[in-house]
Design a protein around this ligand. Structure first.
Ligand code: AHR
Length: 512
């Protein structure tokens, strides 16, 4: 009999998850979660700009302002998009900004050589983008052409967009093009993926070119400084970061970029919706590698900049799958499932927890491309599960990060394991604490016990993004299949908070 009990004990221990433990250090906050961690990226690629943001100023069926869709702007305002990177991506190093300003009928047309050789008529250019950012309330991040441009061209773009009236022929040109005053453009990228589509450069060469370009990027006064972002490493190319930190003079840059996509296999990416648990596991393994990447790139930066004055800008990240069947392979249009919600939630928790160094991140890409937050089809739009995660998490923007210590169960598949629970926490300007939690496990609910140190909360409320199938998504036929719901499953008792998170779900709790 005794043996039988022991046997039952062993069996149940195998199938019932042990409690995951989190310690919330509510009185140890010191670093701010820069709102720009919740940034986005828009490229002239597929239907991100044309059909996504921009339907043309003569469109009669879709409500717009100067050609920019108002339904998209309204949805993005709810996300509180803080910063938007443009015009690429690979496109940026082929882009000559003068082609996209002035009277539209005089703008030249060309082929978009990176993305399907489709016609680019330049009807959406600098004025359209910067005016759109003002409409959106987002800061622009302009990605300069270093691969095929000139220092003069980049210097002129800065003058055209930001210098005071009457200070150069460029500012006269801006006024002649209908913009009475400068825009505010703080963020400037010097090339994109200089190691690849941005010129196939070696890092030592790029570091020299960077110094040359940066020399001619002029501030217009001392208080509104330009924030210069160097084209950063791909994934775990730590040599790239090391050389840039060594070779770029401190006064010439503010951040290094980093690009990391969660791809199963570049030659066999797999369907965005019809995927197995193995494929989900691999996508998540790639995504969670972000923890190691930001830790190791930061450690290199620490050697040269222990005070963390220089930042890491993860200016491209997200899941990358096969395009939707029947769509142009070069347009990178993919659906977005609960897999993407989990990927976004876990990655944003990583960025929050590394907010001492990571000051910006840009999800690739905002509309109709890769891990988009919005998909459009003529006059219809849908908000993806990733949109909902970004919206639930926007409570962390500019809040003080509260350190959490997580002891998590393992999500096991075959011989491999992943950490199941990913969490981060912050305290906002009104003193309200938010904890965002992700259960990566595809099969098991995870019980979580949170020990609260240094605060005495009276109430807890929450929201959850969950669905009954990992492969579920919002479609044009069923746009609200996955939306956040009220979460009443958290119990607060003194300094203990207990909850259970369903498989592949994202929860945000509010403590007062
Ligand atoms: O986001 C799509 C492409 O991925 C970008 O243009 C490029 O920078 C990256 O390789």
């Amino acid at each position: 009999m005794k043996k039988l009990f022991l046997f039952i004990g062993i069996i149940s221990a195998k199938f019932v998850s042990a409690q995951n433990q989190i310690v919330l250090n509510a009185d140890k906050g010191k670093d701010i979660i820069d709102k720009n961690i919740y940034g986005h990226f828009a490229e002239h690629l597929g239907h991100c700009i044309y059909g996504g943001f921009y339907v043309g100023d003569s469109n009669k069926t879709i409500p717009h302002k100067d050609g920019v869709r108002l339904d998209v702007i309204a949805a993005l305002k709810k996300l509180k998009v803080p910063v938007l990177r443009w015009p690429g991506g690979c496109f940026a190093d082929t882009y000559h900004w003068r082609d996209g300003v002035g009277p539209k009928k005089e703008r030249p047309s060309m082929l978009n050589v990176w993305w399907g050789n489709v016609k680019e008529d330049n009807s959406f250019g600098t004025n359209e983008f910067l005016n759109m950012c003002e409409l959106l309330g987002a800061e622009p991040y302009l990605s300069g052409n270093v691969g095929s441009g000139t220092p003069q061209e980049l210097s002129d773009w800065i003058k055209y967009t930001t210098h005071p009236n009457g200070s150069s022929p460029m500012t006269d040109y801006r006024q002649a093009n209908g913009r009475p005053n400068p825009w505010k453009v703080k963020f400037w990228g010097l090339g994109n993926e200089a190691w690849g589509c941005g010129g196939n450069m070696k890092v030592e060469y790029y570091a020299n070119i960077y110094r040359q370009y940066a020399t001619f990027m002029t501030n217009w006064n001392n208080s509104d400084k330009l924030y210069r972002i160097a084209s950063g490493a791909s994934d775990d190319d730590y040599h790239w970061t090391e050389v840039l930190m060594k070779e770029l003079p401190a006064g010439m840059f503010d951040a290094l970029g980093l690009h990391h996509y969660s791809v199963i296999n570049w030659s066999k990416k797999g369907s965005a919706t019809n995927f197995s648990e193995e494929e989900y596991f691999t996508t998540m393994k790639r995504a969670l590698q972000m923890e190691e990447l930001v830790t190791k790139h930061s450690a290199i930066m620490d050697k040269y900049d222990p005070q963390k004055k220089k930042h890491l800008a993860v200016d491209e990240w997200g899941g990358w799958y096969d395009v939707e069947p029947g769509t142009n392979g070069a347009f990178l249009f993919q659906q977005n499932t609960m897999r993407d919600a989990v990927l976004a939630g876990a990655t944003l928790n990583i960025f929050n927890n590394h907010c001492d160094r990571v000051k910006m991140a840009n999800l690739a890409q905002i509309i109709n491309v890769l891990q988009a937050v919005i998909l459009t089809k003529e006059e219809k739009i849908i908000l993806t599960p990733t949109y909902h995660v970004m919206e639930m998490y926007n409570v962390h923007q500019d809040a003080t990060m509260l350190p959490v210590e997580v002891t998590s169960n393992k999500y096991i598949l075959g011989k491999d394991t992943l950490t199941s629970i990913w969490a981060s926490a912050s305290k906002d300007k009104n003193g309200v604490t938010h904890i965002s939690l992700v259960n990566v496990d595809a099969k098991q609910s995870q019980p979580v016990s949170i020990n609260i140190n240094g605060a005495n909360y009276k109430t807890v409320s929450g929201r959850i993004l969950t669905s009954d199938k990992l492969q579920n998504y919002n479609s044009f036929e069923n746009p609200n299949k996955i939306v956040p719901a009220v979460f009443k499953g958290a119990q607060l008792s003194g300094s203990k908070l207990n909850l259970s998170i369903p498989p592949f779900s994202v929860v945000v709790l509010e403590l007062k």
